[in-house]
Write a protein that binds this ligand. Structure first.
Ligand code: F6R
Length: 611
């Protein structure tokens, strides 16, 4: 849940580390800190609050040192104070450590080091680790990598650790279990970070660090070992993201830029999938046709917005493949002991590829011998690596904490996967698969068109910004989008918003409707449209202020609408990719009208790596 950077090279480390932290602030932003090795001493600076507070604290510091580590925090153990901010140090300040994750046996470790005479100055789990390394450093005669390996063997839970020591001016150590850590390999300089956005303006050559591995970063090279010290090869990859994609590009918020980037995100994700043989190719799927034909059920597991993409995947897979498909929140999946076997396909959807709930669901599914396919936006992420196959959405980096373009790219991915399964299982003939793919290919231009129509939505959002409760209704594929519209509004504007199936409202929730209650209805035509229109009439009769999303050619619901948001016509199954845009813009504009920061909503973090 925190962002971590390590650097050793020739440039001033403070600049490199702060730049990296700015890119990682989406991972946590309640406090931040840096440590730079300068003149044989580790200079440490930490501040509660956003990175800007740390920026102000270090302004004017002369710290030319070329080795440093940094951290931006999402608090787990101890409140977000200066004292609890990372880096933490050992008793003498010889070593500094930053940590992402939670050490489950921390109480025992803290008691242990305290009983052996160490003084702890924070409430964190991390500080105990600093003192343990201090002890093991002595035991290993000053071998920092060996000391970190020894400590990792004693830790329970999840962690990424990055450690610097004043006696090692050419060494930064990193270690990981369950959480992301990636190396950036430069020329005479090397980087460690929670994700590649932290260093892509310095190098695009990256190396993924695997489970329970320790990396030694020096100016001249990188060495990776397992916890027994046996050298291992890391998996290297080239990052082709555009640097500008990780900058705001003239928008006030990353989110606004990311919403505009959606046509491209979809184009990149779906492009070039028909091979010379006229068939749909998803080469990265790496599951044989024979195995695919053996599947007799599909589970999709995910959390939050990704769960809403999963629900759309269910409609596509059941319609096109005629395979039973269950969708489950990853946080619940393994605890009810789902019935899985070798004929089950489990699809795990996660933008970050690091969500702990989804990762645990993947592990559970693999233990049960099910096939696991990851759909993720993050190359080399834990979920991608622990699955049998990974389908990468090509949405580019998403910095705003609440997901927009990554969700859009996930929708494109679930349609593609659904079509591919239909093709391989023979449930749809080739012409039909190609026709659906052609429909999908028209979507990026339609999204671009929707984006040009959004001024009335912005105006409406500003009008609604004083409301404290908004309902979202939809049926069929409109229902998951109602959930997504409500989630976006909740997380960005801190408004009580509820998404529900329109047909369900008469079974209770209709009691919420009062004079003027804003209700957003997703009425983009499908088979249930006449029933949905009845539902709109029912709520309007009870005083609701109805905001209806309707397609250009359809007037069936508009007589009952106080506001109509028009969307281009498309195939109803694909309509969520158009519906999503006004829902995102409504939420973002509503929140901005309340003076809120839509990139970093309170209490959230981009990558939720605790269960
Ligand atoms: C909402 C949002 C979250 C994530 C959820 C899963 O805007 O971003 O609900 O969708 O935390 O995250 P990933 O997709 O990274 O597994």
């Amino acid at each position: 849940m925190c962002g971590i950077v390590g650097y050793v090279g020739e440039q001033p480390a403070l600049d490199v580390v702060m730049q990296g932290l700015r890119r990682l602030e989406y991972r946590g932003y309640d406090s931040a800190g840096v440590a730079v090795l300068d003149n044989g001493e580790l200079a440490v600076e930490r501040r509660a609050g956003k990175l800007a507070n740390l920026d102000a604290a270090i302004a004017g510091h002369e710290l030319p040192g070329t080795l440093g580590i940094g951290h931006t925090r999402w608090a787990t153990h101890g409140a977000p104070t200066d004292q609890n901010a990372h880096p933490h140090t050992d008793c003498s300040g010889a070593l500094a450590i930053v940590h992402n994750g939670t050490i489950e046996n921390f109480a025992e470790l803290r008691d242990g080091v305290e009983s052996r005479g160490h003084t702890l100055r924070s409430e964190t789990d991390t500080e105990a680790v600093a003192h343990l390394i201090e002890e093991r450093y002595v035991d290993t005669d000053g071998d920092l990598a060996a000391a970190v390996r020894a400590v990792c063997r004693e830790l329970e839970g999840s962690f990424v650790l990055v450690v610097a020591h004043r006696d090692h001016p050419d060494l930064v150590i990193g270690a990981r279990r369950n959480l992301p850590l990636v190396v950036g390999e430069g020329d005479g300089e090397n980087f460690l970070a929670s994700d590649v956005t932290a260093f892509i303006n310095h190098t695009r050559e990256a190396r993924a660090i695997d489970q329970d591995q320790v990396v030694e970063l020096r100016r001249g090279g990188v060495r990776v070992t397992d916890l027994d010290g046996v050298e291992v090869d890391g998996e290297t990859f080239h990052v082709d993201w555009d640097t500008a994609a990780a900058e705001k590009g003239g928008y006030d918020y990353f989110m606004l830029k990311e919403i505009q980037e959606q046509p491209e995100a979809v184009r990149e994700t779906i492009g070039g999938r028909i091979g010379a043989d006229g068939r749909l190719h998803l080469d990265e799927l790496a599951i044989s046709d024979e195995d695919i034909r053996g599947f007799d059920k599909v589970f999709i597991v995910a959390c939050g917005s990704s769960y809403h993409s999963a629900l759309i995947g269910k409609y596509a897979i059941e319609r096109w493949c005629r395979l039973p498909c269950e969708v489950e929140m990853a946080s619940e999946f393994r605890y009810r002991d789902p019935v899985l076997d070798r004929n089950t396909l489990v699809v795990a959807i996660s933008q970050s590829g690091e969500t702990a709930d989804t990762l645990e669901a993947v592990r559970h599914a693999r233990q049960q011998r099910a096939w696991v396919l990851a759909i993720t936006n993050t190359i080399g992420s834990s979920i991608a690596r622990e699955s049998d196959a990974a389908f990468y959405t090509r949405g580019g980096p998403e910095i705003a904490v609440a997901s927009t373009k990554a969700v859009m790219a996930q929708l494109a991915a679930v349609y593609l996967v659904g079509l591919y399964l239909a093709q391989v299982t023979g449930n749809r003939d080739l012409d039909e698969v190609r026709a659906h793919y052609r429909d999908l290919v028209t979507i990026p231009d339609l999204i671009a068109e929707v984006l040009t129509r959004m001024d009335p939505v912005r105006k409406l959002a500003r009008e609604l910004a004083g409301e404290e409760r908004v309902l979202f209704l939809g049926r069929h594929v409109g229902y998951p989008m109602a959930l997504e519209g409500a989630l976006k509004l909740k997380e960005l504007a801190y408004v009580s918003a509820e998404g529900m199936p329109a047909g369900e409202i008469k079974h209770g929730p209709i009691a919420l409707i009062d004079k003027g209650t804003p209700v957003v209805v997703i009425a983009t035509r499908h088979a249930l449209q006449p029933k949905l229109v009845t539902n709109v009439q029912e709520i309007r009769a009870r005083g609701a202020r109805t905001i209806v999303l309707a397609t250009d050619s359809d007037e069936s619901a508009t007589p009952y609408a106080d506001h109509v948001i028009r969307l281009p016509d498309t195939k109803s199954l694909l309509s969520p990719m158009l519906t999503l845009v006004p829902l995102q813009i409504l939420a973002a504009e509503f929140a901005m009208a309340r003076g809120l920061d839509v990139d970093q909503p309170r209490n959230l973090a981009k990558s939720v790596t605790v269960e």
